[in-house]
Design a protein. Sequence first.
Length: 140
Amino acid sequence: MFSKLTLLGCFAFTCVFALEVSVQGRSPILQVGALTYAQTPEQISEYARVAYQIEQIRRRNYAQAKRILGGNVPEDVCTQPNIPNAVKGICDDFSQQAAKIIERSALTPAQFNDITRRRDRDPNLQRQIQQEIMRLQKAN
């Protein structure tokens, strides 16, 4: 369904991370310098919900990769050229699951990417997202 999904980073405590997504058959949805979207409280809440769900999958997959690799998982394991096929499969599975979560969300991939980029340079937005994720963690 999605042709490109790249893990850009993750804050383990807050479960906030970034995905750059583009839809199959299209050029990347957001380019550098592209028009940004205004984020509503609902969009921030949805972003946090999606990030939280994907982070749960990432943690499970990380634990699997850690077992396979004997406890030593490089930070950028999915981009390593000589990883075992089982770990490649875990990376592919994560990408597919994350893409499906974003696809089912109330955000477009462009909105998700835009919030991610803004979060990286806006401490207030980052704080809002962290607070929402903490609320979600307490609810679960």
